[in-house]
Design a protein around this ligand. Structure first.
Ligand code: ZN
Ligand code: ZN
Length: 156
């Protein structure tokens, strides 16, 4: 899915909705980075591209559960995806607020980069992909390797 008005598969209304939703997600990420006590922007890394490509591939393959307000023929508002190795859900913002995704304890503590279970918990990140905000979790080791670790735990 590309978020441009040049896309011949989007009519003007869809293209406008898509741009508004994408801008809204960018604003949300920036706001969280400022307002959350541990929030901050992190440097770009190729792993984020791989994560986005993986989510897009799974969506193209139909390997994702959609809330009733997301999908073909629906309006293109902000959407939220919690990345897991297991079944992923794509939800509108209203459904996310009403019924947040419930990860099982294994998924909830399994690093989305290396796949290792972390008893210490994960650092939670958000990646905007057009109108979709992808939530993911990284173990401290992976977070450090891609420059997303907490500043005091970063390797020198
Ligand atoms: Zn919904
Ligand atoms: Zn990891």
């Amino acid at each position: 899915m590309t978020a441009t008005t040049d896309n011949p598969f989007l009519n003007f209304r869809d293209a406008v909705e898509l741009r508004i939703a994408a801008a809204d997600q960018q604003r949300l990420v920036r706001r969280i980075a400022v307002e959350h006590p541990d929030g901050r922007a992190v440097p770009a890394h190729t792993w984020y591209q791989q994560l986005a490509a993986n989510v897009a591939a799974r969506m193209r393959a139909g390997n994702i559960v959609l809330c009733p307000h997301v999908g073909p023929g629906r309006s293109l508002g902000p959407m939220h995806c919690t990345y897991t190795a297991g079944p992923m859900e794509l939800q509108c913002r209203t459904c996310l607020a009403a019924v947040p995704p419930r990860l099982n304890p294994i998924d909830d503590n399994t690093c989305d980069r290396c796949g290792v279970y972390s008893r210490r918990g994960l650092l939670i990140g958000m990646l905007p992909l057009g109108p979709i905000l992808i939530g993911f979790g990284l173990c401290r080791s992976c977070a450090g390797e891609i420059g997303a670790g907490r500043p005091e735990t970063q390797a020198a």
